[in-house]
Design a protein around this ligand. Structure first.
Ligand SMILES: Nc1ncnc2c1ncn2[C@@H]1O[C@H](COP(=O)(O)OP(=O)(O)OP(=O)(O)O)[C@@H](O)[C@H]1O
Length: 461
């Protein structure tokens, strides 16, 4: 369930946006002004902020950056308020939503933030059995460990478990443990009191407390530092957490789901992951097969994404031709469902005529550059960006900063410009990514645009 923070008066047209969002299953909190909104963020968090431009959007975004709140801010206001819209976008708002809001726009926004609220698309018998198992264990309170290669749908499955659980009406909160350095991750998870460390300007609740009564997904748990692993174990066992700088533990009622692309049992054997935490998390283990291991899902997923992106781009729904389907079936999909989603998104935009033919299926060449137990980072044959190299050995002789730049730009291109996805895939914070892109652009590199600058729906990320 998406958590939306609305900053502004619900008496006004923003109230319509609030009603639409609630009807679409979002959880709403409301604050009368920017300062109250910031306080709300500190206490409850949010997946998306809608802020009326009569409030100081620039100040709010500045504070959010300083306090590392990563959720997107969408400014709202009158359709004829061009100045307000420009000011908000320049201040860092992701979009300007004209009021009164269009229900389809709100739906697209929610989907961009929390993904597809519908059931995962599953046709392959093996995946069907896995989904049935997930639904069965959803009703229990046990922790679940979801394993699978990058892009197989681990977060989708986690959301599905939450939606099928008794906690469905509570919040679903996800945190990528690989995206933050240890100290930040700790305060992000457990929260902190004011003054707990330099920069802790105000008390803030962590993800555990934000997920109260609901579910917390610890994504990429295999990347977590051993000291934090111990704190997670305590949180699960004792059902309480210690805020940084706090003097009393806080009780929590949260179900933990964990996801990883690594083989955690091997990580335990290598001494890199605590055995006791592994057994706590892996009460139920669900392994999502790679897409190449479930060919029965390829065409249903392709049709699903063709429909979704036609709708999102206001284009007519077109069917895949048998030749296009044959191309899709013959591909190995190393980037899994995320890759097929991106491929179909491109195909919908590229296709001409009444159907989607093979010429619109632009498959990117994938050449893994990491060892097999590393994140499935792929380097892709570029359109405007640098040349990819096939093996690590071939990188010898190149400068580190150039290789880094190429990898970042290629990954961003692979993610169709989506900054959030690219940062996740690269295992760096979105802020670091933005700073790097800024540098590259200043140096004259072709940086893939934010999706909204191409004919796509609301950019988030
Ligand atoms: N069964 C499915 N039905 C519909 N969409 C799916 C399905 N599985 C994955 N997706 C879509 O594919 C993309 C990748 O899914 P998700 O983020 O859940 O993968 P992941 O395994 O968590 O990836 P990572 O390990 O990189 O975080 C998302 O956009 C998601 O909506």
């Amino acid at each position: 369930m998406a958590r939306i923070l609305i900053i502004g008066s619900l008496e006004a047209e923003l109230g319509i946006a609030a009603r639409i969002a609630t009807a679409r299953g979002a959880r709403l909190s409301v604050a009368e002004g920017a300062a109250a909104g910031l306080a709300r963020l500190r206490s409850d968090g949010a997946d998306l902020v809608l802020c009326d431009v009569v409030h100081d959007v620039g100040w709010l975004i500045g504070q959010m950056v300083a306090e590392r709140f990563a959720c997107p801010v969408i400014a709202c206001g009158r359709p004829d308020d061009a100045d307000g819209a420009v000011r908000a976008i320049q201040a860092g708002a992701k979009e300007y939503l004209p009021l009164p809001p269009d229900p389809d726009l709100i739906a697209a926004m929610l989907q961009a933030v929390v993904g597809d609220p519908e059931k995962p698309v599953v046709r392959d018998p093996g995946m069907g059995a896995l989904l049935a198992r997930a639904e069965q264990v959803a009703r229990a309170e046990a922790s679940v460990l979801i394993m699978g290669e990058s892009g197989t749908g681990k977060e989708v499955l986690a959301r599905h478990i939450h939606a099928a659980s008794r906690r469905a009406r509570g919040p679903f909160v996800a945190l990528n443990c690989a995206a933050l350095p240890e100290a930040l991750l700790e305060s992000e998870l457990f929260g902190h009191e004011k003054g707990a460390f330099t920069g802790a300007v105000a008390a803030r609740r962590g993800k555990f407390e934000q997920a109260e009564g609901g579910t917390l997904l610890l994504d990429e748990i295999g990347e977590m530092d051993p000291r934090l692993q111990a704190k997670i174990l305590r949180a699960i066992q004792e059902r309480e957490i210690d805020r940084l700088g706090g003097n009393a533990p806080a009780k929590i009622d949260v179900r933990i789901l964990a996801a990883t692309h690594r083989d955690l049992a091997t990580e335990v054997a290598r001494g890199r992951f605590r055995e006791d935490l592994y057994f706590r998390l892996a009460v139920v283990r669900l392994r999502i097969p790679a897409l190449r291991e479930r060919p029965g899902d390829i065409l249903p997923l392709a049709r699903h994404f063709a429909e979704r992106y036609a709708r999102a781009n206001g284009l007519p729904l077109r069917l895949l031709t048998p030749a296009a389907e044959a191309v899709l079936m013959a591909h190995a999909w190393p980037g899994n469902v995320r890759e097929i989603e991106n491929t179909l998104h491109r195909a919908v935009l590229l296709a001409e005529g009444h159907s989607i033919g093979p010429e619109a299926i632009d498959l990117l060449e994938h050449m893994p550059v990491m060892a097999t137990d590393q994140p499935a980072v792929s380097v892709i044959a570029p359109v405007p960006v640098p040349v990819a190299t096939p093996t690590v050995a071939a990188l010898v002789g190149r400068r580190m900063d150039e290789v880094e730049r190429d990898l970042i730009l290629e990954t961003l291109s692979h993610c169709l410009g989506n900054r959030t996805r690219a940062a996740e895939m690269l295992g760096i914070s979105i802020r670091t990514l933005r700073n790097k892109l800024h540098e590259y652009r200043a140096a004259g590199a072709a940086v893939p645009p934010v999706p909204g600058q191409a004919p796509m729906p609301l950019p988030v990320g």
